[in-house]
Ligand binder design. Structure first.
Ligand SMILES: *Cc1c(COP(=O)(O)O)cnc(C)c1O
Length: 387
C-alpha cells in the first residue's frame, strides 16, 4: 500500500471546479496584481483569525521579514525565538541585520519554553517570535505577561518596547484559550506554501495585526515603501501577494474547517491505534495535545532509531518527513553566533528522534491502520524509549 505524506492531488480533485473557476476569473479580469481577491482574502483571513487587519504578502518568510521591517528592527537589535522551527523564522531576523537569540523548547510540545525566555532578555531585545509548531499554539500567556512586565520597566534612552510576532505559518485557525493563532501578539504571520493547511498554488503569505497604523505600514512596505505611487516613504520591497494566489486561497478557505476536522479525526485514529497495539509510550511517544485547538499541520511522533523507522516506512510505501534534522543554532550560516552542540538540548533531541507521519485530510482509516501496523512490524524494544 502507498500512503503519501501529503495528498494534494486528492484535494484538488475534490474541489477542482471551484479552484478552476477562481483562477479563470483572475484571467478574465487580467488584474494579476492587487486584484479584488487580495483584499477579500485579507478581510477573510483577518476575520477567521480574530484580527482587525490582514495584509497579503509574497510568502510566509516575507511575512516575518516585513513585520520586522515595519518595527524598524535591525542591526544592534536582538530577537528571541526557538531553534526548532523552519529556517525562515530565524532567517528573517538575520536578514534585517538583527541577532537571533535562541531559547530552548518544551519537549512535550516542541514549542518555545516560556520559562526560559526571561533569562535571554537584554536591553537590546526588540521582539519575541514564538512559533506555533506543527499546528499547536505556543504557551502564549506567560510570553505576553513577560513582555508586559518587561515593557513596564524603566527604559534606557532609545530603548524601545518589546513586540511579539507569532509565526503562525503552521497554525492557521489553531486556538489557545479561545484565541486564534495570530491574534495575541502584535503581528501574526501565515504562509500559503502548498503543504500548509491552507496552501496556495505556489508561494504566498499574510500578516495579521490589530493595529491600523501597523497594517498601513505593512501595506506601504510591501510595495517598495511607496505612498503615493513613485514617492517612497520607506525602503520596502516587492512583497505583494499575487491575485491568482489570493483567489486560490480564498476558494480553499471555505473548506479549511472541514479539512481541519479530518486532520483531528486522523490524529485521534492514530492515538487509538498506537494505544491498542501497545506502542504508545512504549517505543513511540505521541504528540501531546494541550487544551485548545490543534490543527495538526503535522502529526509528529518521537522514537529511538528514528532514521531506521523512516527507512522501514519508506520501504513499505509510507511517506514521512523529519522536521527538522538540524536545529537552527547548529546551522552553518549561524556559526557566527558561536553556539555548540548541547546549548539547546531539547531542540537537539527533537531533531534526532521526531518523525512526521501522514495526517492528510484525504487519508483513509485503512491507510492509518496500515501506517501503525507497519510501525508495529519493526521491533522497537522498550529500553529504546525516547523519554
Ligand atoms: C513554512 C514556514 C515558514 C515560511 O513560509 P514560506 O511561505 O514557505 O516562506 C515560516 N515559518 C514556519 C514555522 C513555517 O513552517
Amino acid at each position: 500500500m502507498k500512503v503519501p505524506l501529503l495528498n494534494l492531488k486528492a484535494q484538488y480533485e475534490a474541489i477542482k471546479d471551484e479552484i478552476d473557476r477562481a483562477v479563470a476569473e483572475v484571467f478574465v479580469s487580467q488584474q494579476f496584481i492587487n486584484g479584488p481577491q487580495v483584499v477579500e482574502l485579507e478581510k477573510a483571513v483577518a476575520e477567521y483569525s480574530g484580527c482587525a487587519h490582514g495584509v497579503g504578502v509574497s510568502s510566509g518568510s516575507d511575512a516575518l521579514l516585513i513585520a520586522l521591517m515595519a518595527e524598524d528592527i535591525g542591526p544592534g537589535d536582538e530577537v528571541i525565538t526557538t531553534p526548532y522551527t523552519f529556517f525562515a523564522t530565524a532567517g528573517a531576523i538575520a536578514r534585517v541585520g538583527a541577532k537571533p537569540v535562541f531559547v530552548d523548547i518544551d519537549p512535550s510540545t516542541f514549542n518555545i519554553n516560556p520559562n526560559l525566555i526571561e533569562q535571554a532578555v537584554t536591553e537590546s531585545t526588540r521582539a519575541i517570535i514564538p512559533v506555533h509548531l506543527f499546528g499547536q499554539m505556543a504557551d502564549m500567556d506567560p510570553i505576553m505577561d513577560l513582555v508586559h512586565s518587561q515593557n513596564q520597566k524603566p527604559k534606557t534612552k532609545n530603548q524601545k518596547p518589546i513586540i511579539v510576532i507569532e509565526d503562525a505559518a503552521q497554525a492557521i485557525g489553531s486556538e489557545y484559550k479561545g484565541r486564534r493563532a495570530g491574534s495575541i501578539g502584535d503581528y501574526g504571520t501565515f504562509s500559503f506554501f502548498p503543504s500548509k493547511n491552507l496552501g496556495g498554488a505556489g508561494d504566498g503569505g499574510l500578516v495579521v495585526c490589530q493595529d491600523a497604523e501597523r497594517a498601513e505600514r505593512l501595506k506601504i512596505l510591501r510595495n517598495h515603501g511607496s505612498k503615493p505611487k513613485y514617492f517612497h516613504k520607506f525602503i520596502g520591497g516587492n512583497f505583494r501577494l499575487d491575485t491568482i494566489q489570493a483567489a486560490v486561497v480564498l476558494a480553499k478557505l471555505r473548506h479549511l474547517d472541514s479539512w481541519t476536522a479530518a486532520r483531528q479525526k486522523n490524529a485521534e485514529a492514530y492515538r487509538k491505534l498506537f494505544h491498542e497495539c501497545g506502542l504508545a509510550g512504549n517505543g513511540v511517544a505521541l504528540p501531546e495535545e494541550r487544551e485548545g485547538r490543534h490543527i495538526y499541520n503535522q502529526f509528529v511522533i518521537r522514537t529511538h532509531d528514528r532514521d531506521g523507522l523512516k527507512a522501514h516506512l519508506h520501504a513499505n510505501g509510507v511517506g514521512t518527513e523529519v522536521y527538522y534534522p538540524l536545529p537552527l543554532h547548529l546551522q552553518e550560516c549561524f556559526a557566527y553566533l558561536g553556539h555548540q552542540r548541547g546549548d539547546f538540548p531539547h531542540a537537539e533531541k527533537a531533531a534526532a528522534d521526531s518523525l512526521a507521519l501522514p495526517i492528510d485530510p484525504a487519508l483513509s482509516e485503512v491507510a492509518i491502520e496500515y501506517v501503525v501496523s507497519t510501525i508495529n512490524q519493526k521491533p522497537i524494544t522498550s529500553s529504546q524509549q525516547p523519554k
